[in-house]
Design a protein around this ligand. Sequence first.
Ligand code: TXA
Ligand code: MG
Length: 356
Amino acid sequence: MKTILSEIDPYNIDDEIISIAGQFLKDGKLVSFPTETVYGLGANGLNEEACLNIYKAKGRPSDNPLILHISNLSQLDLLTKNISETAKKIMKAFWPAPLTLVFKKSDLVSNVVSGGLDTVAVRFPKNPVAQALIEKAGVPIAAPSANLSGKPSCTKASHVVADLFGKIDMIIDGGHCSIGLESTILDTTTTPPTILRPGFVTIEEIENVIGKVDIDKTLMGKMERNVVPKAPGMKYIHYSPEADVVLINYSKSLFNNHEDYVEKVNILISEHQKNNKKVGVLATEKDVNLYNCDVALSLGDDCNLEEIGANLFSFLREMDSFNVDIIFVQTFSEEKEGFAIMNRLKKASGYNVIEV
Ligand code: TXA
Ligand code: MG
């Protein structure tokens, strides 16, 4: 399949590109576009065949539902039933935002989109390119993250090219996604609402608006075999580069000083190198030069979780380009945005967290 790749300036949007892409979506074609979180793989959310093609292109299991993206609130009534007062409060406080809300679905939403559930996940993204495209298409846009199933989500168009070029109709390159981690998902059909996936709209921020929320228990530690997460996609292996990812517990209280930790990680690195393994480390800025590994990349300043989140998927992918066998990553505090970062890291590592 021919894939058109078009660059767009989010601050000076080229209407011709949006018109072509909008028409493609109307016609049932697949278009990848930037959002503030990660790149989406969009299709007309009211066209079953187009939505089925999303699953094919990504190699995505069919029981993993799609998020519908809207560009104004009037689209919501068509897609949902029984919107709670709490949900209205949240929308008013946050949308447009990197926050997806789950509602009871209307009959208009196909089972292909909902994965057979009686609910539908809806997001009103903030990114101006995403908004312009959804508006032009004139229909809700079903869009999962634009990565091959199981791979880290795409935060740059070049990642989408690597995963989906030749399999979809168009890729709109709108630069680097500012947040870099997928949206927070909140199920508003429960009382209180339940966090199904942590993101950069934090639990604290939501609780400031509506009071206490529940957290899906599968987010709270290692995934248990017999406990199924309520967001079906959260049960799959995810965010995995080719190399093994191993998290090394870094809790300040465990070490007398920081050098202690670095020294122990260096011992671990040299043990792996003796076994002919090529070792990569994802570290924070202040440590990145302290590790005697084959490739060390800085995720950013350890006080700047926004920066670390924005770099995480991109650098997991970059490690693959160096052909490392194993990637060691330090753990972060799970407070605020750290909860989303650690959620993605735990999944990328298959919950492989070790002590040194
Ligand atoms: O930031 C994002 O949310 C990005 C951008 C493109 O908007 N999209 C994204 O979509 O991350 P995806 O498909 O990669 O992840 C959606 C998650 C999956 O885990 C899926 O199972 C869950 O949302 N989900 C979708 N519909 C749901 C529903 N009705 N109930 C519970 N979980 C749902
Ligand atoms: Mg995804």
